[in-house]
Write a protein that binds this ligand. Sequence first.
Ligand SMILES: [Zn+2]
Ligand SMILES: [Zn+2]
Length: 124
Amino acid sequence: MRRLPVRDVLTLLQSAPDATYDHAEFADGYVCCELAEGHTGEHADFLWDGGEVDEAQWFLWNGEEEFRFAVLKWCSVTHENGDGCGLFDAHALVHAWDVTDPTADALLEDLIANPEKWGLPKEL
Ligand SMILES: [Zn+2]
Ligand SMILES: [Zn+2]
């Protein structure tokens, strides 16, 4: 997770007036890598759909200082259930459906182990 360079994002948005931009998604000012844990190379987070249907705007970064914006083609692989992979073409490691989010997994484990802490009845 890293801070989104908000000023750069706004500049980019101004140059892409057709972008469907979900303000809520950036309200916290952070981006979270969508690639599988342990990948090499840059981290990546989807920003918004591109002008072409098979393209999207991505934010790529390498540590705090290095980052870039790039329009990338979608990964063309489709899961056997018909879902498209939500990552960009030639991404590292596994496709979107096999990416696990350790933070979300940890929260879910805690919720199951300590439901009362989350305001839920003891028996789920
Ligand atoms: Zn990453
Ligand atoms: Zn993929």
